[in-house]
Write a protein that binds this ligand. Sequence first.
Ligand code: XIL
Length: 371
Amino acid sequence: MPFKRVYQISCSAILVLVAGLYACKKNSGGQGLPPAQSVGLKSVAPFPMGAAVGTSGLQNNAYYLGTMLTEYNSMTSDYEMKFNIVEPEQGVFNYAPGDYLVSFAAQHHIRMHGHNLIWHDPAALPAWVLSFQGDSLAWENLFMTHIEGEATHYKGEVASWDVVNEAIRDDNGQLRNQDSTPGDGTGSIWRQHLGPDYIARAFQYAHAADPNALLFYNDYGQEWGGLKLDSIVALVTGLKKRGIPISGVGMQMHISILTDTAGISAGLKALAATGLLVHVSELDISVNPNNNPNIAYATYLPQQAAMYQFVAESYRANVPPAQRYGITTWEFSDADSWIPAAFGRKDWPLPFDSLYHKKPAYFGLQKGVKD
Ligand code: XIL
């Protein structure tokens, strides 16, 4: 081989090597990770694929970080943007955990969905709100200050918000108020102190703070049909008709391998018929809904895979492309699921196992999202 040719080949080889090393270094984020693979759910789905994530996993767990980067192009804050974290004392805002997530998302070109501005759950409210004494004006001020403060802080950094989460009762489709029906969670201090139209005002305050953010109403149980679904549809349709700045509706979809598939499709269809964006916002599929302590969970993995595939196929079948905000799972590994702690049972609801290996559920989801 002539010298010139050998010289050219070795030069190109060196360039390829240097570029490879550079790409490795870049993808590893300087944390000794293997380079991110170019394949992932985000590459096969015709809409965004997301996961709820927390700062600690991204910061401390290379498998968690690697999976997020490889698989997803949308992320939701797991707890970092909830009221108790963001405003632990009145007027004292703590944005550090959420800031970490938004800058991570920006750095990696991942869409950031903020969760959430207003929720009744006492576990996500600081003590000062739970014990707040004041007239309706003082409550309105507290409410408005929180929403405007948070939405202004993240203006231009979050693409979208769950503005109000879970405002509707399970049993009768009414707004949560002072009720405390078993299985229905608690009432809502927001409805209690602010009146029924607090939901519309939450959207108006968020919109005033960040006019470009897409604003969602987020809830669970649409797949049950009946009053819960009808009330959610009536609420969001009513807001839209009045010109309240609502862009979409989130169907959390905390379901199980036993969930009636017809209900899932009917729920998606009814939400799509509102004309709003539809986000499957917190998907997980329990394999042990009846809390069997001796469950041989591997037996149920094929059923779980089939259900993941069904959800994704039903989403494509029932939600027109222009209304698909995407499918988001609540975390992605069984190691990080909220289900075992929240329901006091063993469970494995997510597409990755607790060692961050792909489960049959992953491949079900992958099949289901493909056009
Ligand atoms: C969960 C979090 O993942 C847990 O860490 C926390 O302890 C409880 O809340 N619906 C929602 C989410 O809208 O905010 C919940 O997140 C899961 C159910």
